[in-house]
Structure formats: structure tokens, C-alpha cells
Write a protein that binds this ligand. Structure first.
Ligand SMILES: CC(C)(COP(=O)(O)OP(=O)(O)OC[C@H]1O[C@@H](n2cnc3c(N)ncnc32)[C@H](O)[C@@H]1OP(=O)(O)O)[C@@H](O)C(=O)NCCC(=O)NCCS
Length: 179
């Protein structure tokens, strides 16, 4: 299956929550992560994830993990990074490693665009399910995943420390042959 990476349309009907909407994130295009992005990604991590931020060294390691790791960035017309997301694909399962939108670009559909692209890539790689973990108190991310059709399949109690915050494990089933 080949779909242009700039096309936010779901690869198939699996993301029914978004399939019939007509929201276009303003002025971003998607491309694969490149090594020249890593310094900026480490800065964005600090801004978005604070104590859990990935360092530039971690990003180098993630980039070296290709093709099992598969990262995409959303780029503005001036070349700035508005968001990024990635997968770990192993056998029949793809795990969402991260989805993030720069603070100043949130609420414009970029997170949705990135998630749709991750699912499209997972479908291309013939997985049966896409899994992710999200903090139970991250209402924005939960809404993003709920709307994309992900369902909570288990709860890891007090997984995030400090703070005793539960992790919700969510899954989107991708029927074989759907691509
Ligand atoms: C979660 C995140 C990626 C969403 O990115 P985004 O580009 O703002 O998302 P979108 O604009 O595509 O919106 C996705 C949904 O979240 C909702 N949303 C966006 N910003 C919101 C806000 N501040 N408050 C409540 N809901 C919000 C949108 O309304 C949309 O829901 P809808 O489709 O029902 O309208 C972004 O908030 C982020 O990077 N957060 C910090 C990092 C993070 O927590 N990542 C997830 C780790 S699991």
C-alpha cells in the first residue's frame, strides 16, 4: 500500500473516529526523522516531557535502531519541527514509542496527523496490533488515542514514579489484509 505521507486520511477504516472529519493541520508535511533533527528533538523533549525527556544520545540510539524503529517528523514550511512520533515494530506488533507536538503547535491536528501516519506505517508492515502506554492523567493524549480507535486493554498500577500514576495500555487491532 502506498499513501503519501502528507495525506492525513486513515489508511483504512481502522481509525473510524477520524475517518470522516475534514480537519487539516496547517502547513506541516511529514518526513522520516534525520540525524540533523536530533538536537532539536532533545530540546523539544525537555519542553514536553521534563524529567522523562530523552537525551540527544538516546535519540541517536533510536535512530540507529532502524528499521525496527520508525520515526516521523512534522515539519513547518520554514523547516522547523512541529511534532514527531515513532514506532517499534517487532513481529506482529507495533509499539508507539512517542507522539509529541511542540507546545506552540498543539491543538491544530498535528498529533492526529502523526498518529494516523504511525498506523499507516504499521499497516504497511503487516502488524496485527498497535500498542501504546499512556499516563492515566494525560487527558489530551488519551483523547487523541480514544478518537483514533485505541482501547484500554490493561492498567499498570502506579507505573509512573514519582507520583503513583497508572499507565493505561491501549491497543488498536489492525486486521490482516486491511492494507
Ligand atoms: C498529546 C499531544 C501529542 C496531542 O498533540 P496535538 O497536536 O495537540 O493534538 P491534536 O491537535 O491532533 O488533537 C488531538 C485531540 O486532542 C485534543 N486536544 C488538543 N489539545 C488539547 C488540550 N490542550 N486540551 C484538551 N484537548 C486537547 C483535540 O481536541 C483533539 O481531540 P478531537 O479530535 O476530539 O478534537 C500533545 O498534547 C503533546 O505533545 N503533549 C505532550 C507530550 C505527550 O503527552 N505525548 C503523549 C505521550 S503518550
Amino acid at each position: 500500500m502506498t499513501v503519501a505521507t502528507t495525506d492525513p486520511t486513515p489508511a483504512s477504516g481502522e481509525m473510524a473516529g477520524y475517518g470522516h472529519r475534514d480537519v487539516q493541520p496547517a502547513d506541516v508535511t511529514l518526513r522520516d526523522l534525520e540525524w540533523t533533527d536530533l538536537t532539536r528533538l532533545a530540546e523539544l523533549e525537555q519542553e514536553l516531557f521534563a524529567d522523562d525527556a530523552w537525551s540527544e544520545a538516546t535519540w541517536w540510539s533510536e535512530l540507529a535502531g532502524r528499521p525496527r524503529r520508525d520515526y516521523v517528523v512534522a515539519v513547518t514550511p520554514d523547516g522547523g519541527i512541529a511534532g514527531y512520533a515513532g514506532l517499534d515494530v517487532s513481529g506482529d506488533v507495533a509499539d508507539v514509542m512517542t507522539v509529541a507536538t511542540a507546545s506552540g503547535a498543539q491543538g491544530r491536528g498535528i498529533g492526529r496527523l502523526l498518529l494516523v501516519e504511525l498506523v499507516r506505517r504499521a499497516v504497511d508492515r503487516d502488524v496485527e496490533a498497535v500498542l501504546l502506554e499512556v499516563r492515566a492523567d494525560n487527558d489530551t493524549a488519551r483523547r487523541l488515542y480514544d478518537r483514533a480507535g485505541f482501547e484500554v486493554i490493561s492498567v499498570r498500577r502506579r507505573y509512573y514514579q514519582p507520583g503513583d500514576v497508572d499507565a493505561l495500555v491501549m491497543r488498536l487491532l489492525v486486521p490482516k489484509g486491511d492494507a
